[in-house]
Design a binder for this molecule. Structure first.
Ligand code: TPP
Ligand code: MG
Length: 578
């Protein structure tokens, strides 16, 4: 039979778990847009910038088992979407990026948007596909999907030339139907070796990352069986609720909160599940890892990269944890009340330390705690990139696994406003709130317009400290100045008016609850709300302090002396010399 390429794209996408696509149409993809508009299953969404397309697609994938999809123009659309593609690549988020491409049938050069897109995207996609004939479209999209969701998930890129989208071409009468591959079973000998290590350990600990997104039941069972503390990566902070008595916090090294540092102090067997011991999660590798490391990850490439593992289990987190639990049989340690009390007290003390800190303006810890109290189990909270992210990792109490989302290893500012759009679109009954730094919001705040036009009541809590604080805080001591990290003041209410959002502000701790409740009421009626939170970052997070200490320690003595000398000179003379 004969079909147009655009029809075939729609046919393939409709077979896959896809509800929305994000992007901006152009000369080389309007045929696909026309087909998507006819779909009963898929809604194409117009965003204000393609960077938001990839972040919104990412938000869908992180908050469900659907795949995020972008449909963009070649060249300029792909390059605009590239930040979100890279974030998905480094954070292991499945995504399909579909772009048009220049015509192959005219023999002409220097066409609109024409450049080598495969070359452009190569470093940040699991596989790139260049469609050359109609019959390749459905199998390529199915293969791209399978690759995107298998192993460590990530984005795949598919370019479809404009004449193939538009014109009829020959394909088989019985088009293939998508069939998902079965997850592989984990290696049994490694599971048995892990059981041995766990049974011989005095103080086992569990460290879990984003790959445990669907493995909460198994994680909880293991934590309860072993009565072991659990700590999370920043990206994986949402995979285990903060309400569990053995939850300690984010990380466990010098950049972790005291509850986690203490609980893992003499951990003699670490079960690390779906973590890569990456720089952000480990606070610049500032952790001590026991030699009895059991490392479970779907991607065997991560083993022994930063910390040597004694037992390596290559497999899906849920499947491997289930196999480990089965192999542990009826093994159960007595309730660890001493540890539970210690964690609870350390958490309370840390929060009280923040409450009593001298802070002129809204106390971010208090705001975050009250936001957490206001959120219900079904609601979703996102964070952007900056000091506010780590504040969330230290003070936000996740109520339900999978309902907290933060970008991590690519760490691209501007993530949360568009990603929350993706989350809200597929969870219309849930409240979606994002905590966003005032620098990050400048990058993608126009996505408030998309939310308003689609009547998506998202709450954007903008932490308005006036600085790119995560960086300015690290500039202050060594340079005694904040070069290019003090933001020009801008009017958030103006952005709200311009985009159709409501505007509320909090400048006193005593207003937090009432303002958040008002925001919830407005959002419930389908209008986005910008909450202008006049925070003060006078107190540093445990994370920032830990990272500074870890990095300073690593400098050779000569360099340390030179840097300390420079600090003193700059304090005395405020000079530029280094
Ligand atoms: C695209 C991008 N540019 C620069 C950075 C470096 N960076 C990391 S955090 C940060 C500060 C973010 O500022 P803001 O949104 O105000 O958050 P705050 O740290 O003040 O909470 C910067 C500039 C980055 N991560 N991503
Ligand atoms: Mg800021």
């Amino acid at each position: 039979m004969k079909k147009t390429g655009a029809w075939l794209v729609r046919y393939a996408l409709e077979q896959l778990p896809i509800s929305h696509t994000f992007g901006i149409p152009g000369m080389q993809n309007t045929e696909i847009y026309d087909e998507l508009d006819r779909s009963k299953k898929i809604t194409p969404v117009l965003v204000t910038h393609e960077e938001s397309a990839s972040f919104a697609a990412d938000g869908i994938a992180r908050s469900s088992n659907r795949i995020g999809v972008c449909v963009v123009v070649p060249g300029a659309g792909v390059s605009n979407a590239f930040s979100g593609i890279c974030e998905a690549y480094l954070d292991g988020i499945p995504m399909l990026v579909i772009a048009g491409s220049a015509r192959l049938d005219t023999g002409k050069s220097y066409q609109l948007h024409q450049l080598d897109q495969q070359e452009l995207t190569r470093g940040a996609v699991k596989k790139g596909f260049r469609i050359r004939k109609h019959s390749e479209i459905v199998p390529s999209l199915f293969e791209a999907y399978t690759i995107a969701v298998t192993g460590c998930p990530g984005p795949c890129f598919i370019e479809v030339p404009v004449e193939i989208q538009m014109m009829l071409g020959e394909v088989e009468d019985n088009l293939p139907v998508y069939k998902a591959p079965e997850p592989a079973a984990p290696p049994l000998d490694a599971i048995n070796a892990a059981v041995e290590l766990i049974k011989n350990a005095k103080k086992p600990g569990i460290y879990a990352g984003w790959g445990c997104k669907d493995a909460f039941e198994q994680l909880k069972q293991l934590v309860d069986m072993l009565q072991a503390p659990i700590s999370l990566t920043m990206q994986g902070y949402g995979v285990f609720p903060g309400t569990h008595p053995l939850h300690t916090g984010m990380g466990f090294g010098v950049s972790a909160v005291p509850a986690a540092q203490r609980a893992f102090a003499d951990c003699d067997c670490l079960i690390a599940v779906a973590v890569r011991f990456a720089e952000v999660a480990t606070g610049s590798y500032g952790i001590n890892v026991t030699e009895n490391l059991i490392h479970i990850d779907i991607d065997p490439e991560v083993f022994d990269k930063n910390f040597k593992a004694k037992v390596k289990i290559a497999g899906d987190a849920k499947v491997s944890l289930q196999a480990l639990i089965t192999a542990l049989g009826g093994y159960h340690r007595p309730e660890n009340t001493a540890l539970i009390d210690q964690i609870r007290e350390a958490k309370n003390d840390y929060f009280n330390e923040w409450l009593s800190a001298r802070i002129d303006g809204v106390n971010p810890a208090l705001f975050i705690r009250e936001l957490g109290t206001l959120m219900e189990e079904d609601d979703y909270v996102l964070s952007d990139v900056g000091n506010h992210t780590f504040l969330m990792g230290e003070h936000f109490v996740v109520k339900r696994a999978g309902h907290f989302i933060a970008p991590c290893d690519f760490n691209c500012m501007g993530y949360a406003a568009p990603a929350s759009l993706g989350v809200k679109l597929i969870h219309p009954e849930s409240l979606v709130a994002a905590v966003i730094g005032d620098g990050c919001f400048l990058m993608t705040c126009m996505e408030t317009l998309t939310a308003a036009s689609l009547q998506q009541g998202i709450i954007y809590c903008i932490f308005k400290d006036g600085e790119l604080a995560q960086i300015s805080q690290t500039q202050k001591i060594p340079y005694n100045k904040k070069t290019c990290t003090v933001l020009k003041d801008y009017n958030l209410e103006g952005i709200a008016i311009a985009t159709g959002a409501a505007y509320l502000s909090v400048s006193d701790n005593s207003d937090i609850t009432a303002v958040l409740q008002e925001a919830r009421g407005i959002a419930g009626k389908g209008q986005p709300v910008i909450v202008d939170v006049r925070v003060s970052y006078a107190k540093k997070t445990a994370y920032t302090k830990g990272v500074i200490t870890t990095n300073l320690k690593r400098f050779p003595l000569k360099e340390k002396i030179r840097l300390i000398f420079r600090i003193v000179i700059r304090r005395l003379f405020n000079s530029r010399s280094g």
